[in-house]
Design a protein. Structure first.
Length: 431
């Protein structure tokens, strides 16, 4: 019996390795049709999921109902799986170099239980060639098996957008690839059983890997252009959003907005591509230029705020600044690679007293990850306020709210332009 038929008739299980923002939704979606085992090395997270709690705070408990799934952190519990999906984080280190340790560790785990006829599909974002050049040798060494001949390998890039309730897993075209025609067809069949938006069969594993990294690299470059324009327009005393409103009247103008570009995708993926580019002897120019601009925006905003305080003859040591939002984007709890943190640290370097609030972020996680303490509530007497993300809780705050919490003539830096043309009594700034 073929692998897909075994899975379809629940005579064999799918195993998802890594149950974070990407892995858990995939595991639950498959578990509505097939038998699934979800594996994560974090025992605390596993216990939460057994109790129908998403540790990432993205999914409601109702999403777990009706799912044929077992959650575990024991390798022995995944030995009977025949189709493995690896969806672990692929971050960068402090030097902007890809950190493949979680991915390699996941491959080692799979290698321990890999059998002849099994399939392994990687969803983690990587550079072109990583699956075949870095992951496969690890699995072959530990299992004693040979890829293609003994087990099949594929790559299918994750496209989940945290916080987006419209473009969910089943509603996004799924790109799949395989090490040969047989694996490509089987992988397409398995994913096609849950993805209603359709399946796109990539020409090769490397093509699928490259497609993923350029999706976010393209967005990164477009936002970098907007950020650079906002710096130029600010010096000309022109509002960037007014310019975008005017330019957007042309049918083929692509509207992107300036802002802080962090998170685990757009702020990371370009470095995977440039890392591989360096390895083959080409030093990227455009991609790294865009990354440099976006990485420096937090420092730019901090300088704007500090300069406003200095212009008002305020002693920086006596100034109190409120930063509203520490997650990397609106309406999510994810604080990974948050550029709001860069802004906070930059402000702190000027010795101002920085208060941090965010209705979505966990104070415990923020302290554990960055050593920063969040305020339990918004106070008063702020000399400056920076709104970094457009959470729903912030979208409809009135000008009176800011008048109440701020000192006279305080600076309000609205990164996303939420309150443009609304705040009149304070020193309002935006990108």
């Amino acid at each position: 019996m073929k692998t897909f038929d075994l899975i379809k008739e629940k005579k064999a299980r799918i195993c998802v390795i890594g149950l974070g923002y990407v892995g858990l939704p995939i595991a639950l979606e498959f578990a509505r049709k097939f038998s699934v085992v979800g594996f994560d090395i974090n025992a605390k997270r596993v216990e939460m999921m057994r109790n129908h709690i998403d540790p990432s705070c993205e999914l409601d408990s109702s999403e777990f109902k009706g799912c044929d799934i077992e959650f575990t952190h024991h390798v022995r519990d995944i030995e009977d799986a025949v189709f493995f999906i690896i969806a672990v984080p692929t971050p960068i280190d402090a030097h902007k170099v890809p950190n493949l340790r979680p991915l390699i560790a996941a491959c080692e785990t799979v290698g321990q239980v890999l059998k002849k006829g099994d399939y392994v599909v990687i969803e983690s974002t990587v550079y072109p060639g990583c699956t075949e050049e870095d992951c496969v040798p690890v699995m072959e060494k530990i299992s004693g098996l040979t890829a293609v001949r003994d087990f099949k390998v594929g790559y299918s890039p994750e496209r989940i957008n945290p916080g987006d309730k419209e473009h969910t897993l089943t509603r996004i075209t799924k790109v799949v690839s395989g090490c040969d025609e047989e694996s490509l067809e089987t992988i397409a069949q398995v994913y096609g059983h849950i993805v209603t938006a359709g399946i796109f069969k990539a020409a090769s594993i490397k093509v699928a890997e490259a497609a993923k990294v350029i999706e976010n690299t393209q967005r990164d470059l477009n936002i970098a252009l907007m950020n650079e324009l906002s710096i130029i327009f600010s010096k000309m005393n022109i509002n960037t959003y007014d310019v975008l409103d005017a330019a957007s009247t042309k049918w083929n103008f692509l509207r992107f907005s300036p802002g802080l570009v962090g998170g685990h995708c757009i702020g990371v993926d370009p470095y995977y591509l440039t890392h591989k580019s360096d390895a083959i002897g080409y030093h990227s120019k455009v991609i790294l230029a865009g990354r440099t601009i976006n990485d420096n925006m937090a420092a730019h905003i901090a300088r704007e705020i500090i300069q406003s305080l200095i212009r008002q003859d305020k002693s920086l040591k006596q100034c109190k600044v409120l930063v509203m939002g520490v997650t990397f984007k609106e309406n999510v709890s994810d604080i990974r690679n948050s550029k709001a943190v860069d802004l906070i640290n930059e402000l702190k370097s000027f010795l101002v007293d920085v208060h941090i609030v965010d209705p979505h972020a966990s104070a415990e996680d923020v302290y554990e990850e960055y050593g920063l303490e969040m305020s339990k509530e918004i106070g008063t007497g702020y000399d400056a306020v920076a709104i970094t993300v457009c959470h729903d809780e912030y979208a409809n705050l009135s000008p009176d709210f800011f008048n109440r919490i701020c000192t006279p003539n305080a600076t309000v830096f609205d990164v996303k332009g939420i309150y443009r043309n609304k705040i009149k009594d304070l020193d309002y700034k935006t990108l």
